[in-house]
Design a protein. Structure first.
Length: 264
């Protein structure tokens, strides 16, 4: 099948299917969701670390060679900086949404409009995040099809718990579950758009592919280290810590085995 087909399909899986799968957790009891979701975060952390350090970065180094090592370093720095800025923007959107919600609780006259605004802010943040996910998936596929599948898996792993939270915010903002689901799925289209644009842009500049992979690796590392791991530290009892280490290891091993099988 054409490479563009796989890129579109996998970016849709990473952006749209993860949102659909995440909704399953909203139909179970809050108590059970609270027990299960932290396990997904631990596994996603391992998957992201594995994809960045065992798949994306080695491919980038192999493609760039010794002469391109310095450029890869700059690409990593740029990637960390861009994801830091994006996180700041998303945090601002989410914080603003919660401020609107708190104000609405004390002002019933404007409550509906403010709730709607909070939902819109969440959707804008999701679109930005998903667009970048699509770019990362396209860059991986243009390098190697198997690397594209590994990257798609890592993206979906961290998107599922993220989408659960956003779906809950939309429902809490006053939208029906059906409408919240449709809008949450619609933001996944941004992933496809980002992937298609990256496909055509990077095809015309194949020399930049190693840099794009290093950028993607930086993004995965940032999400894992700055986004997910701090949340895991909120519970430090021995049993929880042991489970987290085990699931992080499982995430890394799954990526390592997938990478080994696809290159054997």
């Amino acid at each position: 099948m054409p490479l563009l087909f796989w890129i579109i399909l996998c970016s849709a899986l990473g952006g749209i299917a993860s949102a659909a799968f995440a909704v399953v957790f909203l139909w179970v009891s809050e108590e059970r969701s609270a027990r299960v979701l932290p396990h997904f975060l631990s596994f996603a952390t391992g998957a992201l670390l594995g994809a960045a350090l065992l798949a994306l970065l080695p491919e980038a180094i192999e493609g760039a060679g010794v002469a391109g090592a310095h450029a890869l370093g700059w690409s990593l720095v740029l990637g960390l900086g861009v994801f830091f800025i994006i996180e700041k923007l998303v945090l601002w959107w989410h914080t603003h949404a919660h401020e609107e919600e708190r104000q609405a609780q004390g002002d019933d006259v404007h409550a509906h409009g403010r709730d709607h605004a909070s939902g819109v802010l969440v959707l804008v943040g999701d679109c930005l995040h998903n667009t970048l996910d699509g770019v990362l998936i396209a860059a991986a596929f243009l390098t190697d099809v198997s690397l594209g599948f590994v990257t798609t898996f890592a993206v979906a792993a961290h998107e599922i718990p993220h989408r659960v939270g956003d779906f809950a915010i939309l429902v809490h903002a006053g939208w029906t579950r059906k409408r919240a689901l449709v809008l949450n799925l619609a933001t996944g289209l941004a992933s496809v758009a980002g992937a298609v644009v990256a496909y055509f842009a990077l095809q015309r500049a194949l020399g930049f592919l190693p840099l794009a992979l290093a950028f993607a690796a930086a993004g995965f590392l940032y999400i894992a280290v700055a986004g997910l791991i701090p949340g895991l530290h909120r519970r430090s009892d021995p049993r929880t810590s042991f489970t987290q280490v085990g699931l992080i290891t499982a995430g890394i091993l799954v990526i390592a085995m997938a990478e080994r099988l696809t290159h054997s």
